[in-house]
Design a protein around this ligand. Sequence first.
Ligand code: FES
Length: 159
Amino acid sequence: MIVPVKKNDELESKIEEAIKNPRNLGEMKDADAIGTVGSADCGDMLRMWIKFKEENGRKVIDRATFQSFGCQTAIAVASVATEMLRGKTADEAKSMSGEELAAPLGPLPPVKIHCAQLVEGALRSALGAETTAPRSTSPTLIEQLSGNGKQKVRVVIDK
Ligand code: FES
C-alpha cells in the first residue's frame, strides 16, 4: 500500500523564502574557524566559516557564514542557523542539535533531517567537535578528508 506524503506548505514556503534571500551566504576571508562536511550518501556538502569576538569577557560568535553544494533544505537551515549562532559561545553553539538549528523553519520531515545534520556537522567540524549525526555505512566527506576513509579526496571549492 502506498501512503501519500502530506505536503507541509508552511515548511515549503519558509524554505523557499530562505532560498530566495539566504542570510550569511559566502566565504569569510578572516574567519577564525572553518568546518566542512559532506554526505557520501546524497553527495551534498556544506562549509561554514566562523568569526569570534570578545563580548563582556566572553568569546562569542560574531559572524557565521556558509557555502553549500546541496539541497535547498540544507541551504535554508544554514541560513537560519548562521543567524542564530551570533552571540553564542563555542560551547553553546556545539550543544545545538540539527533540530535546534532548523527550529525557525519548523519541524522537518524525516527525509530532511539529515539536511539539518549536515549543517550541525559543519558547525561541529568548525568548532572541533565530533558530529552526533547518525553514521551511515559509507564514510562522510569529512572522514575521507581527515584520512579515516581509505581514499584521499581533493576538494576544490569554486565560487
Ligand atoms: Fe542531502 Fe539535503 S538531500 S543534505
